[in-house]
Design a protein around this ligand. Structure first.
Ligand SMILES: NC(=O)c1ccc[n+]([C@@H]2O[C@H](COP(=O)([O-])OP(=O)(O)OC[C@H]3O[C@@H](n4cnc5c(N)ncnc54)[C@H](O)[C@@H]3O)[C@@H](O)[C@H]2O)c1
Length: 268
């Protein structure tokens, strides 16, 4: 359990809120009565989501924020404070993929993925945590992935590494923030129908996916609702495939046997 947050009247801020999981979460927060600061690198998408929220009777505004730029985070925080007077929830949601064989991925692939998926949260922490700590309540939502719990893809090593890092930092952050009145939720969805393929960069020949886990692929709206429920119920972990619980238990019970079984499934 982590600290719950009542969304009615809360001010929420979502990165990558113009599409997919971020958009769905922004809409779900608004349906529960939250005001929403929607941000995205693509301002038109953020504007469209803010317009959807206001058309439904909610309150929202859109800002162009590039999560690789700390100054963008700071300007966005200030805009949210000007507009709504407070920020109660920050959702760090942007993530991208680079695909390629482990021996051929260049530094630029690693750096892009780690910068967007991991360092963006370090920037967000510096900008938003002082606010949440000063007010003694609030919530942080970090979008990781099932790939942050189980190392499915050897064709996407930087993604797996970045998402494991996001799970780890979220857990440590929950320990730090919990006693200070601030909750943390970590989203670890399996496949979700979004526009994520637009952000994929491919390096060289990509081997076929090592193992397609038999997990359901869900609409983004499902994840948005699960995220909003987790915030209001004070839950840390959000999964879209309950089977992951069993796989994590098997892995924890005997990592050697678990890994050996998975290696045996592969055909080189
Ligand atoms: N789609 C899936 O199957 C899936 C599964 C598990 C986890 N996730 C994670 O969900 C998160 C959201 O991805 P999605 O699937 O909704 O993808 P998406 O592409 O639909 O949405 C991502 C949004 O991020 C924005 N963005 C890209 N670069 C940015 C930057 N530098 N600054 C600000 N915004 C930027 C894009 O414009 C886009 O609107 C990611 O962290 C992803 O890793 C996705």
């Amino acid at each position: 359990m982590t600290r719950p947050l009542t969304l009615t009247g809360a001010v929420t801020a979502v990165t990558g809120g113009g599409s997919g999981i971020g958009r769905a979460a922004a809409l779900a927060f608004a349906r529960r009565g939250a005001r929403v600061a929607v941000s995205d690198l693509d301002l038109d998408r953020a504007l469209a989501v803010a317009a959807e929220i206001t058309a439904a009777g909610g309150e929202a505004f859109a800002t162009r924020v590039d999560v690789t730029r700390e100054a963008d985070f700071a300007a966005w925080r200030d805009a949210a404070l000007d507009r709504f007077g407070q920020v109660d929830l920050i959702m760090n949601n942007v993530g991208v993929l680079a695909l390629g064989a482990p021996e051929s991925l260049p530094d630029e692939a690693w750096q892009r993925v780690l910068d967007l998926n991991l360092m963006s949260i370090a920037r967000s922490n510096r900008v938003f945590l002082p606010l949440l700590l000063a007010q003694g309540h609030g919530h942080v939502v970090n979008t990781a992935s099932a790939s942050g719990l189980l190392a499915y893809g050897f064709d996407r090593l930087p993604y797996v590494a970045s998402k494991h890092a996001v799970v780890g930092l979220s857990e440590a952050l929950a320990l730090y923030l919990g006693p200070r009145g601030v909750g943390v939720t970590c989203l670890c969805p399996s496949g979700v129908i979004t526009n994520i393929l637009e952000q994929v960069t491919v390096y060289g020949e990509v081997a076929s996916s090592p193992r397609a886990p038999d997990h359901p692929v869900v609409p983004a709206d499902t994840v948005g609702d699960l995220a909003a429920d987790a915030v209001t119920q004070g839950r840390f972990l959000v999964l879209t495939a309950p089977a992951i619980h069993d796989e994590l238990a098997a892995r924890a019970h005997d990592l050697e046997a678990y890994l050996q079984a998975r290696i045996s499934e592969q055909t080189p």
